[in-house]
Every structure is written in C-alpha cells, then in structure tokens.
Ligand binder design. Structure first.
Ligand SMILES: Nc1nc2c(ncn2[C@@H]2O[C@H](COP(=O)(O)OP(=O)(O)OP(=O)(O)O)[C@@H](O)[C@H]2O)c(=O)[nH]1
Ligand SMILES: [Mg+2]
Length: 264
C-alpha cells in the first residue's frame, strides 16, 4: 500500500494546489482560523503546514466526529490542546445543536476595528468542514458528501451581520509523514477511495487494534467480517476487495463501536 499512498500524494490534485495557495492568502485576511480535525486521529489529520501560515492569528481547533471517537480519549485530547493554550471544542458535525457550541467561541474573536468576525474553515479532506458550516447556518448551504474532495472552491457564507465564514476544499499535505499516518488517514476517509488499497488498510488497522488492545478486541478482522457479511463468491472464495471497502465504511458508520486511532 505504501506505493499506492505515495502515489496518492504525488497525485496532488490541481484544485488542492490552487486551494493551498489561496488558503495561505486568505488565512492572512481573516480574524480567526478554524481547523477541523477528525477526533479519531488528531495527530495525523492535522495539517503541519498550518502553524507557519497562521502565525499569531486566533485559532480554534474543532475535533469532529465526536460520535465515532472514544469519549475518554477525546477528553484526553481536549486537555492536551488546552494545556497548550489552544481553543478547542469537540463536536458532532452533523448535529446542529452540537455545532452551535462553536458559535460562542467564534464570537469571542471579533476584529477590534470593524467589530466583524471573519473566519476561514480549513482541514484535511472529508474532516467535516462543510457539514459544520451547514450546522452553523442551520441549512444545507454547502455541499457535503461521504468522500474526500467534495468542496472544490473557497466560498464565503454570511452567518450573521457580524460573522462571515469561508469554506475551503480539504487539502492533503503533499507528503504524508509515516506509514502509520497513511493507513489512518485512509481509514478515516481523508484519502480518496481510489487512492489506496482497502485490503491493506483494513489489515493494518486490525493489526494495530490487536496490539493496542492486547488482543482483546471484538472488532472482526477482514476475513471474519467478509464471511459474516456474505462477501463470498460461488465456490466459497472470499471477495476480499469488496469486503474491505465495506469494512472501511463500517468503521466510519460506527459499526465497530467508538474507536480512536491516536492518543495524545
Ligand atoms: N459520523 C459523523 N459523520 C460526520 C460528522 N461530520 C460530518 N460527517 C459526515 O462526513 C462526511 C464528510 O463531510 P463534509 O462536511 O463534506 O466534509 P468536508 O471536510 O467538507 O470534505 P471536503 O470538502 O471533501 O474536504 C459527510 O458524509 C458528513 O455527513 C460527524 O460529526 N460524525
Ligand atoms: Mg467540504
């Protein structure tokens, strides 16, 4: 899979290159940068290039998909961010009420001269940026979908007379640092589906889970998942490829329970 994911990264789509450049420009113009990260992998899903771009600008981190992450581990991440004096909130991006909690934090960051808050929402592909915009606007204004690379352009949304939010396309970092991060990003949906081998990703995930839980996990491996879900061809041969796609989907639908892949 390394080769596949390496290719994923060399395949660095034009819209992401343009978006990265534009994002760097817009980050300079706004009062607040809101970074949306998947709560299940806050290390791998963060953009390391953001620190340099943001400089001293106000920054709010959103740990999204709280519903899928292990609550104890998310609590530990929240403490960790706060210890580093970072504004942070964990939310469930599809729930208006949950997303509404972001508003208070946004309101605390107003431009002293204009009284306005202009914020840009950034993050890796599929982290839930557009869902969060919709939750704040209370309507489906931004397009969302269960795959990486849905939003293609930067777009402003007016939330109130004093608050404007900019949605941005998810951007993969040009080079995913470690093999660990590679399978994790694929598993949480940040890497476009056609860019990784789901069999290898699910195998690595399960091997990691066995080790992390000292062998005490109820999450099936690909083989037993495939058999229990009927991914078996005539003659009894297991259809690993389709089973693996379904396995990754099951993980993201919460079928394996609330599971975090990284601890602080
Ligand atoms: N389970 C769960 N799903 C979520 C949550 N937030 C968003 N989603 C789903 O995740 C998928 C991606 O959401 P988007 O809002 O399109 O993500 P995005 O960051 O805008 O993606 P790009 O524009 O491709 O970068 C959608 O299917 C959402 O319904 C959440 O908190 N929990
Ligand atoms: Mg989007």
């Amino acid at each position: 899979m390394n080769a596949d994911l390496q290719r994923a990264v060399q395949w660095y789509p034009g819209h992401m290159v343009r978006a990265m450049r534009k994002m760097a420009e817009y980050v300079k113009l706004v009062d607040l940068v809101i970074e949306v990260i998947d709560a299940r992998a806050p290390r791998s899903d963060a953009n390391p290039m953001l620190d340099a771009m943001i400089g001293s600008r106000a920054r709010l981190t959103i740990l999204n998909r709280d519903d899928l992450a292990d609550p104890q581990i998310t609590a530990a991440w929240l403490d960790d961010f706060k210890r580093r004096e970072r504004m942070v909130i964990a939310v469930e991006g599809r729930q208006q009420q949950s997303v509404g909690r972001i508003l208070q934090a946004v309101k605390t960051v107003a431009n002293a001269r204009t009284g306005m808050t202009r914020a840009i929402i950034v993050g890796l592909p599929n982290s839930g940026k557009s869902s969060i915009i919709n939750g704040l606007l209370k309507r489906a204004a931004a397009k969302t979908e269960d795959r990486a690379g849905v939003t293609r352009q930067l777009q402003w949304f007016r939330l109130s007379p004093t608050i404007e939010l900019m949605d941005s396309p998810g951007i993969l970092v040009p080079k995913i640092e470690t093999p660990e991060s590679q399978w994790k990003l694929a598993m949480i949906g940040a890497v476009p589906r056609e860019r990784y081998d789901p069999e290898e990703v699910s195998a690595r995930f399960h091997a990691w889970l066995l080790e992390a839980s000292n062998g005490r996990t109820n999450v099936p491996d690909l083989e037993s998942f495939a058999r229990s879900r009927g991914f078996v061809r005539r003659g009894g041969e297991v259809d690993y490829h389709n089973a693996a796609q379904s396995y990754v989907r099951a993980f993201n639908e919460g079928a394996f329970g609330r599971l975090s892949l990284e601890r602080p």
